[in-house]
Design a protein around this ligand. Sequence first.
Ligand SMILES: *Cc1c(COP(=O)(O)O)cnc(C)c1O
Length: 367
Amino acid sequence: MNKFLDLALAGVQQLVPYVPGKPVDELQREMGIAEVVKLASNENPLGAGERVAAAIAAAVPELTRYPDGSGYALKAALAEKLGVGPQQITLGNGSSEILELVARTFVGPGHEVVFSQHAFALYPILTQAVGARASVAPAKDYGHDLDAMRTRINSQTRLVFIANPNNPTGTMLAEQELESFIAALPTHVLCILDEAYFEFVPAERRIDTLDWPKRYPNLIIARTFSKAYGLAGLRIGYGISSTDVADLLNRVRQPFNSNMLALAAAEAALGDSDYLARTVSLNQEGMQQLTGAFNDLGLEWIPSAGNFVSVDVGRPALPVYEALLRKGVIVRPVANYDMPRHLRVSIGTRTENRLFIEALTEVLPGV
Ligand SMILES: *Cc1c(COP(=O)(O)O)cnc(C)c1O
């Protein structure tokens, strides 16, 4: 029993911590396996790009200084590339921090937050941490059911989370239904459109939402450098919103929430279109490789627009996950997302994907 439980805020008392993918060195320690394949956290399998490495090396002599708390250079580069105003941008310690800033700025006890079943695990955590109530809409074919979400909006609702594509299902909404939903939101409701996987979406299905915050000032788009840009370990992401919302987020955030190396690396990554192109094409090939193997194994999978795919292993997934661990392969069980028979597999390199498929093929008959 935690001695300070009674002192913690009501929402915090009930919180269950986010469970991250198992780290590689932890599995190496536990199982004594030298070669570990980690396909568990939707990380970029290419490794850091050379331009990023050079930008970090160049910033190292400055480490005794505080970072630029306004993030001037990165915001200018983002504004230029995305065609938005720099005052519309909020930088964060990962886009997770953008989501948290919105929750802390606008949501408190007595408020409700609407999101979908099978949506990203951070949404219920942030909702509860600020003492609000989660209102979870049942999913439709694993994707967001915007009609079901709309009916849950009432006078207490303060925030709606939409992940597009969603993690861990990889499902995507169509442009028209998404825009109509946002356009119809009451003015007392903010909406976070979480686009952590935007860069992986095939061109013909991509929705250009960047000018929406001008039309819908209650909309915040969240994007990240963690996935396609390969900077998960540095923690840097951003929000794009109306300048009014950005002004309020800026009042709540810590003055130096984005660190110096992350700022420098993100600016370099943004300019490295070759790295991004290689990332996206490796992902397309890997997606074919994995889903082809699932078909061969007779397993159903959810078509995904991200850098991961959730596969129905046809039995409780936890023992399959554990058997894969014993073979040195880390994937992600998603029972905590209400998907107890699925495993979420991040797309890796060709070799990593092959090692996973071999391990899965060996393990399945025994569990
Ligand atoms: C990975 C992810 C994020 C954010 O990751 P950060 O590393 O904090 O930028 C946000 N939303 C979804 C749906 C994600 O999968």
